[in-house]
Design a protein around this ligand. Structure first.
Ligand code: HEC
Length: 161
């Protein structure tokens, strides 16, 4: 069969529909449960400070707007290690592929990306399950701002006033 659609393609199509899904391959609803493991340290809160995910933890950076954001660049967080900041300063930004690699082993990720065996991470937590990693990325992406104006669903009223 030539036109078999892979599970991944199907998932991206399914999740491409809402304006905010940002091409994630995982299941955002399942990812909300996975985020329970992150929320002791991380919140997802928008620019106004409205908590969208988690409970306002400040041990780690706010993960709002993570897709496309430079590593180590969340302005309100001052607990970054120098190696993650150095990676971001070099021009690195988060996408799904790098995120799943990072959360599996943050220290190893920094060593590899910076080509420096002495690189250290201030995040000691590891998430290795492939489905959980994709799902939690989808969840974070679903709460982050869309790259384009929203076209439907929860779009702001068209009327200007
Ligand atoms: C024990 C606390 C803790 C837990 C649990 C934790 N993190 Fe972190 N996380 C941190 C800290 C601290 C940093 C900053 C790392 C650094 O500066 O090296 C960080 C950084 C990150 C970054 C980089 C953000 C940026 O601004 O560049 C991502 C992405 C991330 N964490 C995702 C997750 C996810 C997803 C989970 C749950 C699966 C999770 N973390 C669980 C503490 C935690």
């Amino acid at each position: 069969m030539k036109f078999a659609i892979s599970a991944l393609t199907f998932a991206s199509l399914a999740f491409a529909a809402p304006a905010m899904a940002q091409d994630a391959t995982g299941d955002a609803a399942a990812g909300e449960r996975v985020f329970n493991k992150c929320q002791t340290c991380h919140v997802i809160a928008d620019a106004e400070g409205t908590v969208l995910g988690g409970r306002n933890a400040k041990t780690g950076p706010n993960l709002y707007g993570l897709p496309g954001r430079a590593a180590g660049s969340q302005a309100d967080f001052n607990g970054y290690g120098p190696d993650l900041v150095a990676l971001g300063t070099s021009g690195f930004t988060w996408d799904e592929a790098s995120f799943v690699e990072y959360v599996a082993d943050p220290a190893k990720f920094l060593k590899t990306r910076l080509d420096n065996n002495g690189a250290r991470s201030k995040m000691s937590f590891k998430l290795t399950n492939a489905k959980e990693k994709a799902d939690v990325w989808a969840y974070i992406a679903s709460l982050s701002p869309a790259m384009e104006p929203e076209a439907e669903g929860e779009a702001a009223p068209a009327a200007t006033n």
